[in-house]
Design a protein around this ligand. Sequence first.
Ligand code: NAD
Length: 337
Amino acid sequence: MVAHKVTLIPGDGVGPEIALAARRVIDASGAPVEWEVVEAGEALIPAYGTPLPEPVLESIRRNRVALKGPITTPVGGGFRSVNVTLRQELNLFANVRPARTLPGVATRYQNVDLVVVRENTEDLYAGIEHRVGRDAAESIKIITREASERIVRFAFDLARKQNRRKVTAVHKANIMKLSDGLFLECARKVAEEYPDIAFEDMIVDAMCMKLVQSPENYDVLVLPNLYGDIVSDLCAGLVGGLGVAPGANIGLEAAVFEPVHGSAPKHAGKNRINPLAMILSGIMMLQHLGEEGAAGRIQEAVVTVLQEGKALTYDLGGSAGTSDMADAIIEKMNSLP
Ligand code: NAD
């Protein structure tokens, strides 16, 4: 069996703990993965002059697939976010964040099964900002036809691949008539190419309200970058919070899988944080690699551990540590028929 070479970026804060947990679980699943571990983040600045050294990008370009832990972005001056830079450097234009009800995770909602598809390269995240005199600042929101059509097409293709029935384009075109107006125009045009999938559009504020009222009515959401960032956290909250929210950044040349959550510095080094978001990101990675069998084994073990409720981390109402939860998942996998 030929192994898939995968770049593993442990990240900082709680990153190394959850990366280790996910690595152990994936190795135990029998998936033929050979890890190439590379480091990124603030700690690299003294040696490399940057938090994102070239060997990290080279490794991902070579292997085309990476599993990544969260990386801290200091607020204010200094370097740009490693996470944003990575997505832009590798043109990982689609950010995919599924939100699905997990058995055994207590939430206010049942039957949530939606996917947030967020444009990942432009909008206010283009990072074009300047001060205007001492007391004002401007950020420039970039929306292009090319990126908008590409992300909406990606959302419809994902809907088809996953047998989903509807795509909802989310915007604020009533106010930002030119920028969000262009995004909406592109969404409507691309939707015509997919007559088998229903299409609707919704203003972002109304979308937030409807998501908390009746999330089961939604299937695939496609959004410009900033709304996607915010709405995907909201959707994580519908299904149990950041501890169980996986994600993927996908481009034509590479794909980087990572949890939605950040480096949660106050929990770092305490073996306390929930590793599931990282493990579920690992499942998405295995599916991307065509390793459906291994992905299914991990999924089944995760569901059993959640349903049994004995090895849950604090955010799920338990007192198990990060490594205990990984151990429980591995044990369940080993006992699967
Ligand atoms: P965060 O997601 O790191 O944590 C916020 C809170 O959510 C935590 O304090 C914790 O209570 C809870 N939480 C998060 N993950 C959890 C898990 N796996 N299990 C249990 N509880 C969990 O958000 P933040 O504090 O705003 O950000 C910290 C740093 O992470 C910042 O520097 C931010 O820029 C960075 N960040 C990085 C990424 C990334 O690497 N992709 C994403 C988001 C934020």
